[in-house]
Design a binder for this molecule. Sequence first.
Ligand SMILES: [Zn+2]
Length: 311
Amino acid sequence: MTSLSPGTAGRHPAERADSAELVRGRTTLGDYELTILSDGFYLLDGGAMFGVVPKTLWQKRAPADAENRILLGLNTVIVRTGRHTVAIETGIGNKLSNKLRAIYAAKQQLPRAFAAAGIRPEEVDIVINSHLHFDHCGWNTTKSSDGRVAPTFPNARYFAHRGEVAHGHLQLERDAVSYISDNYDPLVASGQMTLLDTEPGETTPIVPGIAVECFPGHTAQLLGIHIESGGIGSGGPHACYISDLIPTSAHLDPTWVMGYDLDPVTCIAERKRFYARAVPEQWLVLFTHDHHTPYAHIAVNDRGKPVVAER
Ligand SMILES: [Zn+2]
C-alpha cells in the first residue's frame, strides 16, 4: 500500500498557485485500485465549515487567510475493480458564474487530473454522486464555449438520489445556490442518470463491490459510498467515501459539524453510527474535502474521540 505523507494542518494562504497537485493519492484496497484525483483546492469561509465551533479551536487544524477562508480539497475517487471503473464525485466543474468562481477560487482542473493519472473519461462506466451540491457533481457535465452542456463521461451510468434532484428543483431560499440543474437535469432527461430511493440507514448495491448507504443530516438523502474488495459483505478490505457527513480529517469530532448542514443534530448521530462500524472494522475513510489527507484509518484516542490512526 502506498500513501501520501500525512497532511499537515499548516500552509494555506493559497499554497503555491502553480502547484498542479492533480493526483492526490493512489492506493490499493485488496484487489481494487483507488486513485484520488483533484478538481483543485478551493476556499470556503472557516466559520461556515465549523458551525458553532469557536475559531480559537478550529484554526489550529485549518489555518484561515485574511478573509477567514480555509483551504479545502475536491476529491474524486476512481475505483478500478477489474470489472468496472467507478468515479465517485466530480468536483466543481466549469459551470459557475465568473463571480462565484472568483469567490471560491475554483480551479476547474479535473480533466487535467484524469490525464495526469492516465485515466480516460471514456473508461468510466459508473459515476456516483453522494449528493447534488455543485461542488460534488460539477463535472457530471461539461459546458462548451457555445454554452451547450454534454456528459463528461459518455459511456457511464450515473447514480444519484431521487430526493436530491427533487430538493434541488425546489430552489429553497436556504440552499438554492448549492444546486445547478445543468449538473443533473440533462442526464435525467436522457435516461443516463439512475435515481435511487435509498432510505436513511439503508444500503443499495450499485455494482459488485460498490454500494451506497443513506446517511442523512448534511442533506436529507446524503449517500456514503461503500467499497469492499471481494464484494460487499465478503469481509474483504473496506473503504467508505463518507462525503459531507465528515468532510475533512479536521471534522472527526462528532460535534464538529458544519454551518452548511441542514440538520446538524442528525449529523452528530449519523457520525456516531458510522464510527461504530468504521473504527472496529478498520475501514479506510475517504474524505471529500481534505486536500492534504484524502484518506485515513480512524482510531479512538484515550479521551474517546475519533482521530486519524497512526500508521
Ligand atoms: Zn461539499
